[in-house]
Design a protein around this ligand. Structure first.
Ligand SMILES: NC(=O)c1ccc[n+]([C@@H]2O[C@H](COP(=O)([O-])OP(=O)(O)OC[C@H]3O[C@@H](n4cnc5c(N)ncnc54)[C@H](OP(=O)(O)O)[C@@H]3O)[C@@H](O)[C@H]2O)c1
Length: 348
């Protein structure tokens, strides 16, 4: 907690303080020197009374109930979608701004869905709730936006390779457990994932719908269109779970509106805030989940022209718990401060 924070008085609550995203959110707030005057960790009844360390200080976890939002300026929701649906309006009614990590509010027309480097301007019309995108969407739109600004976008084909932590703590715990079972010669059980993930690749993230797509795939399509302001953009997706702890990767086949040389794409990527281009033709330098875990950037590599068309291939990787979740949420809070959009007088 910074001295500036104490003086400026931005009071924060985090719903989901004991979860995978919540834990990283506290680290990111601290690392970025977010001007917080108070941090209230909230979780379920199960965790109430538990002590967690935030910025070197031990704090008691409180149950997430409407009264817990009294006097709070910003509430980060990193829990379940149902909880966000029930409690986010309660927080707003008490004068707080909500930054929600769940899927609940993202496609609501009155709710801005924001990746600050791409569409911070959308915050200007917020009505109390702001949504942060799905962890896969964040990396994908960060890789697309430099091309969109330079050459427009006609269509995108995406295949994701998503880490176990995209399914929260239970996802990582299941992967670790399954690895140990396999090593011990025991057939692993799958509860979080559709089938055992250890030593495997699973072409299903979340739930399969009757139309053959998964809920995760539809999120990626709809959220990408909303953030980029391209409601009819053809986005073709397959989301795949891979046995990696942290870091979502994706291959993108991008059709720009006008032809753009690869060198111009690389220049645009390098100049875009929050994107790191890893490129060294002729050598095998490219970003991997292992390399980018713990980083706040979106890493792009293997930029090349499609062999049969003017489309472009990209490889993109980011830390799903950081830029895909916690960092993006904290950047939204920072953008609110920069744009003087906090509701409470005297809070900024
Ligand atoms: N993991 C990712 O890469 C990622 C990326 C982007 C967005 N998200 C979204 O972020 C949210 C959190 O994900 P996560 O990965 O951190 O999940 P997680 O590790 O499973 O943590 C869930 C958190 O929610 C809390 N919670 C659950 N039910 C609750 C209730 N009834 N009342 C109060 N708190 C409750 C849990 O508290 P207890 O410990 O008390 O149960 C825990 O702190 C989800 O909406 C997820 O879709 C996740």
């Amino acid at each position: 907690m910074s001295e500036a924070g104490r003086q400026q008085g931005v009071s924060i609550a985090v719903v989901g303080a004991t979860g995978a995203v919540g834990e990283v959110l506290f680290e990111v707030l601290e690392e970025r020197g977010f001007p917080a005057s108070e941090i209230r960790p909230l979780a379920s009844k199960r965790s109430a009374g538990r002590k967690i360390r935030i910025g070197g200080v031990e704090r008691e976890v409180l149950e997430a109930r409407p009264e817990a939002f009294e006097g709070v300026d910003i509430v980060f929701f990193a829990a379940t979608g149902a909880l966000s649906r029930d409690l986010a309006p309660e927080a707003v009614a008490r004068g707080a701004i909500v930054i929600d990590k769940s899927n609940t509010w993202r496609m609501d027309d009155s709710v801005p869905l924001v990746v600050p480097e791409v569409n911070a301007f959308a915050l200007d019309t917020h009505q109390g709730i702001i949504a942060s995108p799905n962890c896969t969407t964040v990396g994908v739109v960060m890789a697309l936006e430099p091309i969109r600004r330079r050459a427009g976008l006609r269509s995108v084909v995406v295949t994701t390779l998503q880490a176990a932590s995209g399914a929260g703590r239970p996802g990582v715990e299941e992967l670790v457990r399954q690895r140990a079972d396999r090593a011990a010669g025991i057939e692993p059980k799958a509860e979080v994932f559709a089938t055992p993930l250890a030593g495997n690749v699973v072409p299903l993230c979340e739930d399969l719908l009757v139309n053959g797509y998964s809920t995760e795939e539809l999120k990626l399509v709809n959220e990408t269109r909303k953030i980029l302001g391209l409601p009819n953009l053809p986005v073709s997706v397959t989301c795949v779970r891979v046995p990696v702890e942290v870091g979502h990767s994706a291959t993108l086949l991008v059709e720009p509106e006008v032809e753009i040389p690869v060198v111009d794409v690389m220049t645009a990527m390098s100049a875009f805030p929050g994107v790191v281009l890893t490129h060294d033709r002729g050598s095998s330098r490219f970003p991997t989940p292992f390399d980018v875990a713990g980083s706040d950037q979106v890493w792009v590599g293997r930029v090349r022209k499609d062999l049969g068309s003017d489309r472009l291939w990209l490889w993109e990787v980011s830390d799903n718990l950081r830029k895909g979740a916690a960092t993006n949420a904290v950047q939204i809070a920072e953008a609110l401060l920069e744009r003087k959009l906090l509701l409470k007088p005297g809070a900024v």
